[in-house]
Design a protein around this ligand. Structure first.
Ligand code: AMP
Length: 537
């Protein structure tokens, strides 16, 4: 038996995001739609629709037109959701910008996407976004024409000056969203996703989880990521389930409170978020019995954690999802009726209308049980990388197979296991980090001659970032100064936890860096054997 499956046949939805949303509004106008706890906002579907219409008119009033790009650079809030829906209604392309991005990354995204408007908060406890934006814009000419701050008069003015708009003609194959993934080539890549991609992925996920208008989904993951804006918000917009945002950024206590007080039926998160809730000292004080289901995804889910989520958090129909931004995102998903062993031990089986195969390095489909690179094909494959035909051609082959870069195995029963990554990616908490991107950033430092970035094991985050640095002759800098240089310029999760200054790197005879040897030395000197799962005498 070869490692190839096609998920069951099912009718796909041939509608746009706005058509899907309008159906829900018409079917359940008075049911709860959105609860944003940190903003004290509670809207029914009818109320949400009215707000979306106000924002759509506001966007039209700014002169932003169908096909234009508009960015949102913010932690979770009501405005993010309104922009997601209003942009879709007006036929814009929403550009999701990671709120952890700092000036270097932001400038890249502003230039590359060509967005005409950017929506953001002025500042929060983490950052002064206005200052970072000013730094990113300094000395470059950008197509950005409107900067709108949520808590500021610019947002209110935009709404007050709203204008009528002609119903745009939107094709479901049009791009509706750009989501950035860190690239192996050093810069983030904009993944172009269409209405058809996202609507159907959300639809099939909702079906697998049996989401209904009676469900209430508590969602602490960031909206800029596909887990937030497809598997969570779009699933609710399509099904009529209520979406609960517990806080602006993940907070274990706020999440537990949201579940208990709102009587949530579903809880989503990356594994580290569930671990943080299970370990919280107040965990036992919350009544979580309303929970039925949930999704854990984004990184390997430890079996023990999955077991405790099912038993101690009452998520008896908990599922695991596997996928990536380029595949809208979900490729494989548990069936909630699967027994525990299958749900905790695999990443599930192919969603309907989804082909999956495992190939060897030479591109042949391998026998079941053998590991290789996981590839997928179908409605879910992205349109491509924004403005990057070479990278697109590397990711999607001539037969439209998307090569994920993940090492996986297909078992005889058609379920999949993820074995590792064929790329060097680091997963810190739920955040994916490409060492190459940080290396290229550090090469810009005037004192740095050579750098190698790699992962170290960490008991809390799974993996953390470590950098070895060789300075230019005659230059001085400390590890702490290099870390300081990173802060404010790149996202906090990419800033190396440890920077070691070295005179030379371990190399192979052919001059390839041996990162595994650097890692071994760090593990030994920092006594990380426990986190690395290495037994010591
Ligand atoms: P992203 O594009 O940010 O969604 O990241 C996708 C990557 O995260 C995949 O290519 C995998 O390497 C990893 N990933 C996602 N889901 C899982 C999972 N359930 N188990 C293991 N790794 C996962």
């Amino acid at each position: 038996m070869l490692s190839y499956v096609k998920g069951p046949d099912a009718p796909l939805l041939e509608i746009t995001v706005d058509e899907g949303f309008r159906r829900t509004v018409a079917a359940h106008p008075d049911r709860p739609a959105v609860v944003v706890r940190h903003q004290n906002a509670r809207l029914s579907w009818r109320e949400l629709d009215a707000e979306v219409e106000r924002v759509t008119r506001g966007l039209a009033g700014l002169g932003i037109e169908t096909g234009d790009r508009a960015g949102v650079w913010s932690t979770n809030n009501l405005e993010w959701l309104l922009l997601q829906l209003a942009a879709a209604r007006l036929g814009l392309v929403l550009v999701n910008v990671n709120p952890a991005y700092r000036s270097y990354e932001l400038r890249y995204v502003l230039e590359k996407s060509g967005m005409k408007a950017l929506f953001l908060r002025e500042q929060d406890a983490r950052a002064d976004y206005r200052r970072i934006l000013e730094e990113a814009r300094a000395g470059v000419s950008l197509p950005l024409r409107h900067v709108v701050y949520f808590e500021h008069s610019s947002w209110r003015e935009m709404l007050a000056k709203g204008a009528g708009y002609a119903a745009p003609s939107i094709d479901r194959h049009d791009v509706v969203n750009i989501q950035y993934t860190s690239g192996t080539t050093g810069s983030p890549k904009g993944v172009l996703l269409t209405h058809r991609n996202l609507i159907n992925n959300a639809h099939l996920v909702a079906q697998r989880l049996r989401i209904t208008p009676q469900d209430k989904v508590s969602m602490p993951v960031p909206l800029y990521h596909c887990f937030g804006c497809v598997m969570s918000s779009l699933v609710c917009f399509l099904t009529g389930a209520a979406l609960i945002l517990p806080a602006a950024t993940f907070d274990p206590l706020a999440t537990l409170q949201a579940v208990a007080e709102e009587r949530a039926t579903a809880l989503y998160g990356v594994p580290t978020m569930f671990i943080a809730q299970l370990q919280h000292p107040d965990f036992g004080n919350f009544d979580l019995t309303s929970l039925r289901t949930g999704i854990m995804a984004g990184a390997p889910c430890p079996i023990e954690v999955m077991r405790r989520v099912i038993s101690d958090m009452h998520c008896r129909e908990m599922a695991i999802a596997y996928g990536q931004t380029e595949s809208s995102p979900v490729i494989t998903f548990s069936r909630i009726e699967d027994d525990l062993e299958l749900r905790v031990g695999t990443v599930g089986c192919a969603l309907p209308m989804t082909e999956v195969k495992i190939v060897s390095q030479t591109g042949e489909t391998v026998p079941a049980g053998e590991s290789g690179e996981l590839c997928t094909r179908g409605y879910l494959v992205m349109k491509g990388y924004d403005g990057d035909p070479d990278a697109t051609a590397q990711a999607i082959d001539g037969e439209r197979w998307l090569h994920t870069g993940d090492l996986a195995v297909m078992y005889e029963n058609g379920y999949f296991g993820i074995r590792g990554r064929s790329k060097e990616m680091i997963i810190r908490g739920g955040e994916n980090i490409y060492p190459r991107e940080i290396e290229e950033f550090l090469y810009k430092h005037p004192a740095i001659s050579d750098v190698a970035v790699f992962s170290l094991p960490d008991e809390k985050l799974g993996e953390i970032v470590c950098a070895w640095v060789r300075l230019r002759p005659g230059m001085t800098a400390t590890g702490e100064q290099i870390r300081e240089y990173c802060r404010g310029r790149i996202a906090h999760f990419k800033v190396p936890r440890y920077v070691r200054l070295v005179d030379a790197f371990p190399m192979t005879v052919t001059g390839k860096l041996q990162k595994f040897r650097m890692r071994e030395r760090e593990i030994e000197e920092r006594r990380l054997e426990k986190a690395a799962g290495i037994k010591t005498a």
